[in-house]
Write a protein that binds this ligand. Structure first.
Ligand SMILES: [Zn+2]
Length: 43
């Protein structure tokens, strides 16, 4: 059921950046294990 899928994603542990240890937001999945700040090309 849809509700079960929603609960599944809610219960997922938050990713952490391997560089700065900040929590990675869901939309940053494409960055792998690095947060948006550390993946910034200007840094
Ligand atoms: Zn970071």
């Amino acid at each position: 059921m849809m509700m079960n899928v929603m609960e599944f994603f809610k219960s997922l542990p938050k990713k952490k950046c391997t560089k700065c240890n900040n929590a990675i937001q869901e939309q940053a999945d494409c960055y792998g294990n690095i947060c948006e700040e550390c993946d910034h090309p200007a840094r």
